[in-house]
Design a protein around this ligand. Structure first.
Ligand SMILES: O=C(CO)[C@H](O)COP(=O)(O)O
Length: 254
């Protein structure tokens, strides 16, 4: 069902200072992932360069949690895609709901960032999601289609090969979130796949990995990844501990 790989990633969000991040990266560097699984970690900016260096010659990819869209300039407090590429980042998370809710991220800035990341040869990991209200009103598909169409506007089919998309229902994320039912996610991903095919054409649209995130654990990860159009999982709390992350990765391959 899966042409491979299955993507299993974790964002450490605002956890792990440089010492803890380096320790975690060293532990991950000693791990050989099962065949067919591509793991990735997304550390805070303060340890990105170190984590990239430690994981450079390993199968574990490293990402950044955000980026600006300009390469340089008077943007106090921001980090540019050129800087992330120089640090060695493989991918860049864009549009997480926490950034949309608290830091003014919009579909428009997500699109600018997608192009910036692609320009620098990294993979954009575009996060999209519906709120609890949107879900209850039955407009999840419309909301996600709008987010994905704007996020990927102007991306050529050739560049689409580097794009990853994560569907993360806001109501499923974090403490108090409830994991979405796998069948629901498979249905939503099928409609996202149709949108991707419309945007990018049959081949490019089919090849974009679609990840699910939101209260994923070692116990439910494989329930998602065994389904069609669910090409991986994006995990928070249940993978911040390296041992837990490794066990979760193994559970997906089992
Ligand atoms: O982005 C996420 C994964 O890194 C997402 O927010 C899920 O968090 P979780 O509910 O703690 O798994």
């Amino acid at each position: 069902m899966h042409p491979a790989p299955i993507w299993v990633g974790t964002s450490w969000k605002m956890n792990k200072g440089p010492a803890a991040a380096i320790e975690a990266a060293r532990a991950l560097a000693a791990f050989t992932p099962p065949e067919g699984v591509t793991p990735f970690v997304v550390p805070p900016f303060t340890s990105l360069k170190d984590v990239c260096a430690i994981l450079h010659d390993t199968p574990v990819l490293t990402g950044a949690q955000n980026t600006h869209w300009e390469d340089a300039g008077a943007w106090t407090g921001e980090i540019s895609p050129a800087m992330l590429a120089e640090c060695g980042a493989d991918l860049v998370e864009i549009g997480h709901s926490e950034r949309r809710a608290h830091f003014g991220e919009t579909d428009w800035t997500v699109n600018l960032k997608v192009h910036a990341v692609l320009r620098h040869g990294m993979r954009p990991l575009v996060c999209i999601g519906d709120s609890a209200q949107e879900h209850d009103f039955g407009v999840t598909r419309d909301v996600l289609a709008r987010q994905i169409r704007i996020a990927l506007h102007g991306v050529s089919p050739a560049r689409m090969a580097r794009v990853l998309v994560a569907y993360e229902p806001i109501w499923a994320i974090g403490t108090g979130g409830r994991a979405a039912e796998a069948g629901f996610v498979a249905d939503i991903h099928a409609s996202l796949r149709a949108v991707l095919v419309q945007i990018a054409g049959e081949q490019a649209g089919r090849n974009v990995p679609l990840l699910y995130g939101g209260s994923v654990t070692r116990d439910n990860a494989r329930t998602y990844t065994r389904l069609e159009n669910i090409d991986g999982v994006f995990v928070g709390r249940a993978a911040w501990n390296v041992t837990d992350f490794v066990q979760l990765i193994r559970s997906v391959a089992a």
